[in-house]
Design a protein around this ligand. Structure first.
Ligand code: B12
Length: 214
């Protein structure tokens, strides 16, 4: 099967076809990781076209919907069951930001790697991250931002966690297209990862640090 057809369907915003081809790719024995990389590659292409004004928000929204459909099909294949959770992660897209494809992908990979995940959704206010940190006993608070205008909200969350003395028992992690390692360090985040698979490695490392600190 030619994986380019999945990318083309994603670019065309053909939701039914993305679903059909994603299922067909898995059925034909193509590995879930390869299908996932294909969908991400397709979304990169959408991003490039959006940036170059070749397509506009309505088209991007339909492609995003098609991407969600594809990811939903992959989700059960990425998750393993019956494993003792490695740790608990609270994840959300920060206030002012509605982008959730990357955040969902990271959440999905965390689940697949054996973490318990509390997904707080999009446009998450500072207080909700704090409440999750206090009430749900999470080991990691992970934040996603896709807009330069929403990145500052990550700093607000970390400062509030610090103020409330919560940073002694949990770690913070940030990511999203405009976020860099330097930015993460500048706001005092414990971890940064550029994509969903390195996010899993980083989360494992942070859980290891927490165990040593206890
Ligand atoms: C899809 C999309 C949309 C969709 C979102 C649909 C949805 N449900 O998410 C819609 C159409 C709604 C949208 C709206 C807007 N968008 Co938009 N959007 C995009 C687009 C094309 C793709 C984003 C995406 O899903 N990428 C695919 C995923 C898989 O990648 P990712 O999100 O980067 O995630 C990966 C990593 O970053 C990382 N990661 C992500 N989160 C986290 C978290 C942690 C903890 C870790 C460790 C890692 C991590 O791992 C992920 C997987 O590998 C980008 C272009 C781009 N190249 O990023 C623009 C983009 C982000 N949007 C942009 C803009 C300007 C907007 C709007 C303001 C447009 C407008 N004028 O209204 C609005 C803002 C709405 C809002 N308040 O949020 C700009 C942002 C510019 C900037 N520097 O701030 C971009 C960069 C496009 C551009 N070049 O102009 N958008």
């Amino acid at each position: 099967m030619d994986l380019q057809t999945i990318k083309d369907a994603l670019n065309d915003g053909d939701i039914a076809k993305v679903a059909e081809l994603t299922t067909a790719a898995l059925d034909s024995g193509i590995g879930v990781k390869k299908v996932l990389d294909t969908l991400i590659g397709g979304m990169d292409e959408v991003g490039r076209k959006f940036k170059d004004n070749e397509i506009f928000i309505p088209e991007v929204m339909i492609s995003a919907k098609a991407m969600h459909t594809g990811l939903d099909i992959l989700a059960p294949h990425l998750s393993k069951s019956g494993i003792k959770p490695l740790g608990k992660v609270g994840i959300g897209t920060v206030k002012g930001d509605l982008h959730d494809i990357g955040k969902n992908l990271v959440a999905m990979m965390f689940r697949g790697a054996g973490f318990e995940v509390i997904d707080l959704g999009i446009d998450v206010p500072v207080e909700r991250f704090i409440d999750t940190a206090t009430d749900k006993d999470v080991n990691i608070i992970a934040m996603s931002s896709l807009l330069t205008t929403s990145m500052g909200a990550m700093r607000d969350v970390i400062e509030e966690l610090k103020k409330q003395g919560l940073l002694t028992r949990l770690k913070t992690m940030v990511g999203g297209a405009p976020v860099t390692k330097n930015f993460a360090e500048s706001i005092g985040a414990d971890g940064y990862a550029k994509d969903a698979s390195s996010a899993v490695d980083k989360a494992r490392e942070l859980i290891g640090l927490l165990k040593r600190e206890k």
